[in-house]
Design a protein around this ligand. Sequence first.
Ligand code: PMP
Length: 366
Amino acid sequence: IGLKHVRDIAPYVGGKPISEVAREFGLDESKIVKLASNENPLGMPESAKKAMAKAAEDLGRYPDSNGFELKNALATKLNVPVEWITLGNGSNDILELTARAVAQEGDEVVFSKHAFAVYPLATQAVGAKAIEVAATADFGHDLPAMLKAITAKTRLVFVANPNNPTGTFLKASEIEAFLQKVPEHVVVVIDEAYNEFLTPEQQYDAIAWVRRYPNVIVSRSFSKAYGLAGLRIGYGIAQNNITDLLNRIRQPFNVNSLAQAAAIAALADSAFLKKCYDLNCAGYAQLTKAFDLMGLSYIPSSGNFVLVKVGEEPNAGAKVNLELLKAGVIVRPVGNYGLPQWLRISIGLPEENQIFIDALKKILGR
Ligand code: PMP
């Protein structure tokens, strides 16, 4: 039973929840530190909790299928027509909807090696062929090589900026040069799930590309800097030609009422966003300083996580990960991304980062 291209998919493996790790390793749940899923260490903003509690009183009704209020808030903030916004059940939904709208069996979808795991999944789910392009020497997207990989069969290209799990960042000029040469029949997703963590110097105007290129869609998330991962909400920004397609195939009520209410509040909560940004900068400095002192290589990251090389043995990542789990620290091994000697550490609260650092020092004897 089942389509061959579906049977061939290797399922997504998410991080283990704290309760499961506690049970498996006989640990006290309250002492476990989870730095594994690029979640916000501050959790949900209070403003969003309040808005959600109010929305919870009316769950007998369906959510607003068109997300009127949130889409208008986003359109105002981004200065685009409201028809250019598509809400998704997480930005994952936007990635999958785009793949479903433009690619099928016989088509090709291009993305980079070490890029976000959902790109191959979304590609294979529609029966299209995944074209994985070798990364640059410093683990980034090789946009000129990705351009060369585009054929008459290509329908879609995924570009993650910054990318997960590598944290690598592409400058606006590099993306601009790429977009100028991408043929019109190819849709380009610019996945900006971690956009809010970019420094002011790194920030660029992706919406200008949406205005200029009818084959570009930018996707963003409320899961990371806005702290709403469990509610599942993200959005896409594209011109009507793409938005209209996504609207035809999305579930009519793909974003629930609690998520919509919380996102409206979070979007307006600039104080929370600033606090997350500052906390992330400090945590990144704390972790990378410790890696420097331990003599460990890491990939400079523009996200809320960092990849660190924990050994030279072929499976060093898995080995060290197991020891960290025993010590009550959950991080993310990235062997499935072709990086079996590395671990991805989500940036946590200062005390959480320190618990991880101390455990790693002990395990590696550094
Ligand atoms: N894109 C990238 C690069 C990600 O790392 C993630 C989350 N892991 C997503 C998209 C999807 O996030 P969400 O569905 O929670 O918005």
